[in-house]
Ligand binder design. Structure first.
Ligand code: HEC
Ligand code: HEC
Length: 214
């Protein structure tokens, strides 16, 4: 498993050493509202990161609340944290571990998901909330549709769940049977993470049935 705090501190060290100097956030705090909208957009940051304030929950990338909490404890100011996030958006570091618990390659973070002022805004938003929530990550969803919306919808379109993700195939078009959905959830084909061990067998079966029925 990644040690998120170590990653954040590593990024910070690179920044302080000047490697990230091109990524300096332009002056001005940026629009936090626009940043939040972008963060939670389809296939955006929330598809891969847990962030309590945004209500997103994914284990593909580090949990941003856990990653940034130590920086506040150490007294870093918000503009420094903005620089760290902005630098990561422009120049994502390669995941140092590179593999998950089962030894499978992890998808990296794509560069420039957002650019220009939008990247500044997302950085401002993340710096204003990450690691600062009192109550930690949002509660895990229960019920097949809620699980689908929270865990799958950012990558997959499914009209019944009102999701419009485009990273993976549209499940309306694919119209898979439950067995095929279950296999995908357990194996995690291509860029899709495996949900084996992340969701209970019961939840995997319920989500598979839900997708097949809709
Ligand atoms: C496809 C999945 C994916 C998306 C989308 C994504 N990330 Fe990441 N992110 C990762 C992974 C994997 C890592 C860890 C490896 C790395 O640092 O590149 C990471 C690392 C980070 C880190 C460093 C965390 C730490 O522990 O220091 C930050 C900050 C971050 N992402 C912010 C963002 C923001 C902001 C967005 C949206 C613009 C975003 N990510 C979109 C997968 C993603
Ligand atoms: C980070 C993005 C992402 C997430 C999250 C994700 N998927 Fe996928 N999914 C993909 C991609 C990409 C593919 C295509 C993989 C390939 O074949 O290369 C895929 C493929 C599939 C397939 C088709 C497999 C086949 O047999 O062709 C199904 C069904 C599926 N996903 C269901 C789900 C369900 C259910 C969830 C939530 C529990 C989920 N996905 C979460 C990205 C994602």
């Amino acid at each position: 498993m990644l040690r998120p705090a170590a990653v954040a501190l590593g990024l910070l060290a690179a920044l302080v050493a000047g490697c990230g100097s091109e990524a300096r956030t332009p002056s001005g705090a940026g629009s936090v509202e626009n940043g939040k909208t972008l963060f939670t957009g389809d296939g955006q940051c929330g598809a891969c990161h847990t962030l309590a304030d945004a209500g997103t929950r994914s284990e593909i990338g580090p949990n941003l609340d856990e990653a940034f909490a130590p920086l506040w404890e150490q007294g870093f100011d918000e503009s420094t944290v903005r620089d760290v996030v902005h630098g990561q958006i422009l120049y994502p570091t390669q995941n140092p571990a590179g593999v998950d618990d089962e030894g499978r390659a992890l998808p990296g973070m794509p560069a420039n998901l957002v650019t220009g002022q939008d990247a500044v805004d997302v950085a401002a938003y993340v710096a204003s909330v990450a690691g600062r929530a009192e109550d930690g990550a949002p509660p895990e969803a229960t019920g097949a549709e809620a699980i689908f919306t929270q865990r799958c919808g950012s990558c997959h379109t499914l009209a019944a769940a009102n999701t419009a993700g485009t990273i993976g195939p549209s499940l309306d078009q694919l119209s898979p049977d439950a067995e095929r959905v279950e296999r995908a959830m357990r194996e995690g084909p291509g860029q899709m993470p495996s949900f084996e061990g992340q969701l209970s067998d019961e939840d995997i079966e319920a989500v598979a049935k839900y997708v097949a029925d809709n």
